[in-house]
Design a protein around this ligand. Sequence first.
Ligand SMILES: CC(C)(COP(=O)(O)OP(=O)(O)OC[C@H]1O[C@@H](n2cnc3c(N)ncnc32)[C@H](O)[C@@H]1OP(=O)(O)O)[C@@H](O)C(=O)NCCC(=O)NCCS
Ligand SMILES: [Zn+2]
Length: 275
Amino acid sequence: MLNLRRRPVVTAADLNRGLDALGLDGSQHVIVHASLRSFGQLEGGAKTVVNSLFERTATLAAPSFTYATLLSRPSSPIRTTFHRDTRVSRDIGRVPQEMVERAEARRSFHPTLSFVAMGAAAELVTRSQSLDSPYRPIGALYDLDGYALLMGVDFGSNTTIHYGEHLAGVPLLTRWVPLDGQVAPTAFPNCSADFATLEPYVRGQSEQVGPATLRLYRVRDLVDATMTLLSHDPEALLCKVRGCRCQQVRDRLRQEGLRPRPHRGLEESLRPAGD
Ligand SMILES: CC(C)(COP(=O)(O)OP(=O)(O)OC[C@H]1O[C@@H](n2cnc3c(N)ncnc32)[C@H](O)[C@@H]1OP(=O)(O)O)[C@@H](O)C(=O)NCCC(=O)NCCS
Ligand SMILES: [Zn+2]
């Protein structure tokens, strides 16, 4: 019997049409943030998303964060260490996990804030990261004039904005990660809960695929809009939740102000230290 309450299945062909309509033609370098559930029922799940996207991009990247490795103090007990195949945190999602499971994918070294990438610039994107500049892979996409694709998720998942904050000079906090048998400090940003504040200041393209809204933005537009917004209102993207680390960032901002950091070009950031 026909079940009228069952939602129609979104097919790979539907997704391909949506990606084509966004203008993805295989030449773009794209970072994706996705929710499978936003499609209702997507035929083939994460595999379909990665296959369709990779056919239509030169480089496909995604955050593949692993929060269980993060230490709030250098003396905090180490729960788990990071390796190439460590499972992506659930709140980062199945799509980057599917990418990590592909042998050809590159994964950056950061124990908590790793990025995964496939395709032409995968090596460049993943190699550009450092403990001081964990969001530098976005800087590589900035240099490549890449795009950020939101699939059924909001600006709270739009990691590119963190790189705009970095360049604008928002103070970074310190957290610790287990790395090469030691505990190393890493820069760590405020949260992204209030990133929707940026939405009115940046223009993107939007396509509907079944119940999911897909939005595509130029990385440069996001980063530049973030820097402009913060130069007028440095606290604009910090949330107001009392216990959130955003309040530490706010205190530091009030003491120190913004201290803009230069965007280092690809050549410069890949040169070995001391060169
Ligand atoms: C948090 C987030 C991953 C949750 O979205 P989600 O759709 O629930 O999760 P996933 O994309 O991992 O998909 C898995 C879920 O999809 C559903 N699902 C499984 N197969 C599916 C299919 N074929 N079609 C549709 N949904 C499916 C399941 O309910 C599954 O949840 P479960 O494992 O609890 O059963 C998403 O909202 C998000 O924010 N993604 C971007 C993350 C990011 O890049 N953040 C940047 C950090 S700054
Ligand atoms: Zn916050």
